[in-house]
Design a protein around this ligand. Structure first.
Ligand code: PLP
Length: 408
């Protein structure tokens, strides 16, 4: 069994399978035990009172903690190289808890103009409604961050690669600037997973995940997590988790623990498929633009080799013929599924402007660099030749063919 003192010596592929275990696996069971219970009984009144007072090591009520969920938290913390992790009922549960625990009325946060659609709405509407101001930068660089800092700035929130523009943000120099001014640096690592990027090692304070995606990997769970230092996570557990209550169901935690066993294999295959599809799309006359952070001519290629283990499984492209051609293409897909989300076995294709980022509105979409014709593809685990055949027939039906014009 992997203990707290050992996982640093193990490779992430091994940690995803073995460590850390939180509970004794009775009878030598390989799979984690599932404690599908809402509450835990006490031996006597004194023990109950002690547990409510924070004493002893026993459990009280699953909203306050559960052994199966705890095993997942231990596993995710080990993978991210974090002291601790807290699981949530969704990625948005994790994002909102991390922000709520780090901000109060009158505070200011700095982030990019382009973010996942619900994070955008959380910041621009929900948090704004509670008196928390935000500066949204078109590009987060040391210069733009320095210019945006105010005395009341408390959080720098980053997505990298950005959903869906796939810009890559250099975490380390930004975290250094933010820390000099006492800001908490939060990074959404959903697109990369801890196998391809470890934001804490680059200076981030908290990492948030939609565990709905690659971490679970099988498209049957909605979940999230925050990873970081014990002190911040204790505050988060006893604050937003307990009182706002976006608590992960134990069975969902159990499914993610099962999914994690194949994380390394899946991520490698997802990424390989993405690279093949991106390269193929680039050669197509119907396609005007392909973005994949793994391309050698991606603007952040040098940064990628420092911060990431590859380009990930997400790519975007545009067709000659813009929005109309994109809609015809999406409507003709057969094997690839027209669906939001990512990190599932199935290749998922979506239209950010009308789906994941529909809350932006036309003006904000343009400001965020999300064009009306942009298509996002999350590579699945299928054979790449089958995926290419599906893309080929959908491209043929899109009417976007403009021979002679090639990808930029
Ligand atoms: N962060 C990113 C980058 C996402 O893409 C998503 C969802 O797509 C979320 C957070 C929210 O995750 P969930 O849908 O699990 O709440």
């Amino acid at each position: 069994m992997v203990t707290d003192s050992q996982p640093a010596a193990l490779h992430p592929e091994t940690v995803a399978i073995h460590g850390r275990r939180h509970t004794e696996h009775a009878h030598g069971a390989l799979a984690a035990p599932l404690f599908q219970t809402s509450t835990f009984s006490f031996h006597n009144a004194a023990e109950g009172a002690e547990r409510f007072a924070g004493g002893g090591s026993g459990y009280v009520y699953t909203r306050l903690g559960n052994p199966t969920v705890r095993e997942l938290e231990e596993r995710l913390a080990a993978l991210e190289g974090a002291e601790d992790a807290v699981a949530f009922a969704s990625g948005m549960g994790a994002v909102s808890a991390a922000l709520l625990a780090s901000l109060k009325a009158g505070d200011h946060l700095i982030t990019s103009r382009c973010l996942y659609g619900c994070t955008h709405t959380l910041i621009d509407e929900t948090l704004a409604g509670f008196g928390i101001a935000a500066t949204r930068l078109a590009a987060i660089t040391p210069a733009s961050l320095n210019a945006a800092l105010r005395p009341e700035s408390r959080v720098l929130y980053l997505e990298t690669p950005v959903n869906p523009t796939l810009e890559v943000v250099d975490i380390a120099p930004l975290a250094a600037i933010a820390h000099r001014r006492g800001l908490t640096v939060i990074v959404d690592n959903t697109f990369m997973t801890p196998l391809l990027q470890q934001p804490l090692a680059c200076g981030a304070d908290l990492v948030v995940h939609s565990a709905t995606k690659f971490l679970n990997g099988h498209g049957d769970v909605i979940a999230g997590a925050v990873c970081g230092d014990r002190e911040r996570l204790e505050a988060l557990r006893h604050g937003p988790l307990k009182t706002v209550g976006a608590v992960l169901d134990p069975f969902a935690a159990w499914l993610i623990l099962r999914g994690l066993k194949t994380l390394a294999l899946r991520v490698a295959r997802h990424q390989d498929n993405a690279g093949r599809l991106a390269a193929w799309l680039r050669r197509r006359p119907e396609v005007s633009q392909v973005t994949w952070p793994g391309f050698d001519d991606h603007p952040a290629a040098a940064l990628r080799s420092r911060q990431m283990q590859g380009g990930g499984a997400l790519l975007t492209f545009e067709l000659h013929g813009g929005y109309d051609a994109a809609v015809r293409f999406l409507d003709r897909l057969e094997l690839c599924r027209l669906a939001v989300s990512l990190g599932d076995a199935e290749t998922l294709v979506e239209h950010p402007a009308s789906m994941t980022h529909a809350t932006y509105g036309a003006e904000a979409l343009a400001a965020a660099g999300i064009s009306p014709g942009l298509i996002r593809l999350a590579a699945g685990l299928e054979h790449p030749a089958d995926l290419i055949a599906d893309l080929e027939q959908a491209l043929a039906a899109s009417g976007a063919d403009r021979p002679g014009r090639r990808a930029a």
